[in-house]
Design a protein around this ligand. Structure first.
Ligand code: NAG
Ligand code: NAG
Ligand code: NAG
Ligand code: NAG
Ligand code: NAG
Ligand code: NAG
Ligand code: NAG
Ligand code: NAG
Ligand code: NAG
Ligand code: NAG
Length: 282
C-alpha cells in the first residue's frame, strides 16, 4: 500500500492516463455514485510553525459508495516537496514524514459525513523540505480496496489526491478556531459504478466528479468536536511520549532529534536518491 502511494506521488506532475473511453461516459455517469474526499485541515498554501501538533482533518462523504466495491482503507501521508509555484522544482521527495490509515467495511462506512481527525508532530518529522528549494509539504491521500480494482486498458484511475502546505519557523501555530463558518476544501470526487466492474475494467469511473464540500457544515459545535478530538490525541501522544521517555530514558534522545534548534534533518540530494531506491518498487 505504501508503495503505490509513493509511486503515484513520483508520477505526480505528469498527466494521468484516463482509463475509460468516452463512449460509455453518459450511461456510467448516470449510474455512478460518488465518494468525496474533502480536507478540513491543514489549509492549502498556509504556512505553519514547526509545531508539535499539526491537525490532520478530513471530511469523507458517501463512503457507502466506496464500500459497495468492498472493504477499503483510507490512507493519508505527508511528503516533502519542492517549492509550489516553481514547476521545474516542484518534485515529490519520495519519502514520508508520517502516515496513518483507517479501515472501513460495509458495516462501518455509513457515518455521514465521516470526519477523520488526527495530528502529526512536525518536530518529529525525519525529512525536511526538498532542500534547498522550499518549505512545501504535500498531504496526500488514497483509497485502496482489499479486492483488486481491475485495471481497464492496464491504466486504472487513481483514487488519490494531495494538498500543499508550508512549514517555517515562527509562522503561526495551526489554529482550528478559524474553521467555524468555513466550508471544507474540495479534495476530489471519485465516481464509482459497480456495474462497470468486470475482469478488465475498474469500478472507479472518474476521479473528477462535481463535489459539494459545503454540504459538510463546520458550525461551532462541529469545530468544537474536532478540536476536542484533536486535543485528546495530543494529550494521548504526549502521555505516550513521556511514558516511553521515562521507561527508556537512556535511549530516548536517540529517536528524538528535537531538543536542539535544528528540528529537521535536511537531506542532500544524494541521500534522497539513496532512500528513494530503498522505497521504490524495483
Ligand atoms: C444504468 O442503470 C440502468 C437502469 O438501472 C441500466 O439499465 C443500465 O444498464 C445501467 N448502465 C450501466 C452502464 O451500468
Ligand atoms: C452515495 O452512494 C450511494 C450508494 O451507496 C448512491 O446511491 C448515492 O447516489 C451517492 N450519493 C452521491 C451524492 O453520490
Ligand atoms: C497556492 O499557491 C500557488 C503557488 O503560489 C498558487 O498558484 C495557487 O493559486 C495558490 N492556491 C490557493 C488556493 O491559494
Ligand atoms: C493517527 O496518526 C498516527 C500517525 O501519526 C497513527 O499511528 C494513528 O494510528 C492515527 N490514529 C488514528 C485514530 O487514525
Ligand atoms: C470498521 O470495522 C473493521 C472491522 O471490524 C475495523 O477493523 C475498523 O477499524 C472499523 N473502522 C472504523 C472506522 O470504525
Ligand atoms: C514556533 O515554534 C517554536 C518551537 O516550538 C517556538 O519556540 C515558537 O515560540 C513558535 N512560534 C510561534 C509564533 O508560535
Ligand atoms: C487563525 O486565527 C488566529 C487567531 O486565532 C490568527 O492569528 C490567524 O492569523 C488565523 N489564520 C488564518 C489563516 O486566518
Ligand atoms: C467491461 O466493461 C466495459 C465497460 O464497463 C466494457 O466496455 C467491456 O467490454 C467489458 N469487458 C468485458 C470483457 O466484459
Ligand atoms: C473526467 O474523467 C472522465 C473519466 O476519466 C473523463 O472521460 C473526462 O474527460 C474527465 N472530465 C474532465 C472535465 O476532465
Ligand atoms: C463528535 O463527533 C463524533 C463523530 O462525528 C460523535 O460520535 C461524537 O458524539 C461527537 N462528540 C460531541 C461532543 O459532539
Amino acid at each position: 500500500m505504501r508503495r503505490s502511494i509513493i509511486t503515484v506521488a513520483l508520477a505526480g506532475i505528469t498527466s494521468l492516463p484516463l482509463a475509460y473511453s468516452t463512449t460509455t461516459t453518459s450511461s456510467t455517469a448516470s449510474n455512478a455514485s460518488s465518494v468525496e474526499v474533502d480536507v478540513i485541515f491543514p489549509i492549502h498554501n498556509a504556512t505553519y510553525n514547526i509545531t508539535q501538533s499539526l491537525p490532520i482533518v478530513f471530511a469523507l462523504q458517501n463512503l457507502t459508495a466506496a464500500a459497495a466495491i468492498g472493504p477499503f482503507t483510507f490512507e493519508w501521508d505527508i511528503m516533502p516537496y519542492g517549492k509550489v509555484g516553481y514547476p521545474e522544482t516542484q518534485e515529490p521527495g519520495g519519502v514520508l514524514n508520517d502516515y496513518a490509515s483507517v479501515y472501513f467495511t460495509t458495516a462501518n462506512a455509513s457515518t455521514e459525513p465521516y470526519i477523520l481527525v488526527n495530528q502529526t508532530d512536525v518536530q518529529k518529522w525525519q525529512f525536511g523540505p526538498f532542500y534547498p528549494y522550499g518549505s512545501v509539504y504535500a498531504l496526500q491521500w488514497s483509497i485502496q480496496w482489499d479486492a483488486d480494482a481491475k485495471p481497464c486498458d492496464s491504466a486504472p484511475l487513481g483514487v488519490f489526491g494531495s494538498l500543499f502546505f508550508n512549514i517555517n519557523i515562527n509562522d503561526p501555530e495551526p489554529s482550528l478556531g478559524n474553521l467555524t463558518g468555513q466550508c471544507p476544501q474540495l479534495g476530489a470526487v471519485y465516481e464509482i459504478n459497480t456495474a462497470s466492474k468486470n475482469e478488465s475494467c475498474s469500478a472507479v469511473v472518474s476521479n473528477n466528479g462535481t463535489g459539494s464540500p459545503c454540504a459538510v457544515t463546520l458550525d461551532q459545535g462541529a469545530v468544537a468536536n474536532i478540536s476536542s478530538t484533536w486535543e485528546g490525541l495530543v494529550a494521548a501522544s504526549t502521555a505516550t511520549a513521556s511514558a516511553s521517555a521515562t521507561a527508556t530514558s537512556s535511549s530516548a534522545k536517540h529517536n528524538n532529534a528535537i531538543g536542539s534548534n535544528v528540528p529537521f534533518s535536511y537531506m542532500l540530494v544524494a541521500a534522497l536518491l539513496g532512500s528513494l531506491q530503498t522505497i521504490m518498487p524495483r
